[in-house]
Structures are given as structure tokens and as C-alpha cells.
Design a protein around this ligand. Structure first.
Ligand code: NAD
Length: 246
């Protein structure tokens, strides 16, 4: 038996990294996955990998587009808010524009997606909301992650709030807190530092396991929280970090 047989999933940031691996993992477990991303090309190649993927081009900072997405999409059993943006900088380096973009993508987009799909999920008798946080939040600090960590801490507050307010509607809401995951955007950030190999080694040295975490290491947690196996779990933070925050 497939673990997500008959379930409908709506998710963001499905084109690459953790989102892409999770979209495929959920589709392989039998879900129909409405896979949203700003990158239409990435979605085309994702959809070609599994018949259960329904690609949707969407920018999570576009409120009108989110409304249209919800209006034309069946009510999901699972909402996975995965989209996030990393600002690389300290407090004294972050500009107003950096703060605005961090909040717009990482928090406002997540809250808007949830506002748009939650009424239908409540009407359908419940569902699971999965929010992408990070260990860089209220759990730990990381160098040059000021606006990022502040917004990921806010994701955890948002998660607690939704879990509290809608538990009687059988809406569950949990957050996943990865450590360092080797994704295309992380590889771009490492390359941007000039010496990719040195950046890779520094990253590896920070992992107590001395092994990189990959998107496929996070996807099983998404599948678990999407499935009925986690039906009595809500308002919690699931750390998957290769031992970074032991
Ligand atoms: P990523 O940053 O490479 O991006 C994944 C996808 O998001 C891309 O396909 C991109 O096109 C899409 N995207 C970007 N902006 C968007 C927008 N405004 N609207 C819709 N889609 C948009 O992938 P990732 O590194 O796997 O990150 C996914 C999530 O996981 C983010 O929320 C990130 O903060 C979080 N996270 C990542 C790591 C890590 O080390 N990679 C660690 C902890 C948490």
C-alpha cells in the first residue's frame, strides 16, 4: 500500500532542492501533487519525472496569483509551504530591501498560501500543513543569516499559531528544520564565495556526521508529516540536521 494513496498535495518551491525531492517522494507514495514554483522550466522537467505531478507556475509573493491558484485547485489534504529565500548577511549588512524580501517570501508568502487553502481544508474535515523552517531560527544561529534566521524563527511562531487555532478543525501544522542541505541554491552560494571546494569542505567540517545532507534525506520527513501516520502530531518542529545542533 502506498502511504499517500488518494491524497492531494499543494506545495511551493517544488522545482528544485528539498521541494523537488519531496514532490517526487509524495508522488511515488500515491499523492497527486500540485507543484508550484516560480521557475516554469524546472517544473516541466519535474512533471516529466512522474505522472502524479501537476505543475503550477507561481510566485509566492504574488497575492493575486495565490488567490487564483487556490480558486482553480482541488482542496488539498496536505499543504507544504517550502518556498524560502536566503539573505546572506549580518544585521549591519541587511538593507530594508533584504528584510522586506525575506519577510515577503519566507513568512508572508507562507501565511498567504495557508490563508488561501485553509478554509477548504477545514471544510473538507481537516488536513496537514507542513512549513519549511530551518535550525537557523530559534534553535541555533549561523554566521551571516540575520534576516533569514529571524524569518525562520517567525515560521515556527506561525506554525504554533495555526496548530493552536485549528486543532479542533483537525488541521495539523508542523515545521521541518533542516541543517545544511546540499541543494542547487546552496551550491550557488558556495560558488559565489569564489572557491567552491573550500566552501564545500568548510560545510562538511561543520557536519558532525562528516557527511553531506541531501534533499532526499529531508523528503521522508515530509512524507511522514503528510501521511496519516502522523495524525496525532501537531505544532511540532522536526529537526533533520545531520547532528549540527546536538
Ligand atoms: P532552493 O533555495 O534552491 O529553491 C527551491 C525552489 O524555490 C526553486 O525551484 C526556486 O525556483 C523556488 N522559488 C524561489 N523563490 C520562489 C518564489 N518566490 N515563489 C515560488 N517559488 C520560488 O531550495 P532549497 O535550498 O531546497 O530550499 C527550500 C526550502 O528549504 C527553503 O525554505 C529554505 O529556506 C529551506 N532550507 C534549506 C536549507 C538548505 O541548506 N538548503 C536548510 C534549511 C532550510
Amino acid at each position: 500500500n502506498m502511504r499517500l494513496e488518494g491524497k492531494t498535495v499543494v506545495m511551493t518551491a517544488a522545482g528544485a532542492g528539498i521541494g523537488r525531492a519531496s514532490a517526487l517522494a509524495m508522488a511515488r507514495e500515491g499523492a497527486t501533487v500540485y507543484a508550484a514554483d516560480i521557475d516554469a522550466g524546472a517544473l516541466d522537467s519535474l512533471a516529466a519525472e512522474h505522472a502524479g505531478i501537476r505543475p503550477v507556475t507561481l510566485d509566492v509573493t504574488d497575492a493575486a496569483a495565490i488567490g487564483a491558484f487556490a480558486a482553480e485547485t482541488p482542496t488539498p489534504d496536505v499543504l507544504f509551504n517550502c518556498a524560502g529565500w536566503v539573505h546572506d548577511g549580518t544585521l549591519l549588512e541587511a538593507t530594508d530591501a533584504d528584510w522586506d524580501r525575506s519577510f515577503a517570501v519566507n513568512i508572508r508568502g507562507m501565511a498567504r498560501m495557508t490563508e488561501a487553502f485553509l478554509p477548504g481544508m477545514i471544510g473538507a474535515g481537516g488536513g496537514s500543513i507542513i512549513n519549511m523552517a530551518s535550525v537557523v531560527s530559534s534553535i541555533t544561529g549561523a554566521a551571516s543569516r540575520c534576516a533569514y534566521g529571524a524569518t525562520k524563527g517567525a515560521v515556527m511562531g506561525l506554525t504554533k499559531s495555526i496548530a493552536t487555532d485549528y486543532i479542533r478543525d483537525r488541521i495539523r501544522c508542523n515545521a521541518i528544520c533542516p541543517g545544511t542541505v546540499l541543494t542547487p541554491s546552496l551550491q550557488d552560494r558556495m560558488a559565489a564565495r569564489g572557491d567552491y571546494d573550500a566552501a564545500y569542505q568548510a560545510m562538511l567540517d561543520r557536519q558532525p556526521l562528516r557527511e553531506m545532507t541531501h534533499p532526499e534525506d529531508i523528503a521522508p520527513m515530509v512524507v511522514y508529516l503528510a501521511s496519516d501516520e502522523s495524525r496525532v502530531t501537531t505544532g511540532q518542529f522536526f529537526v533533520v540536521d545531520g547532528g549540527w545542533t546536538i
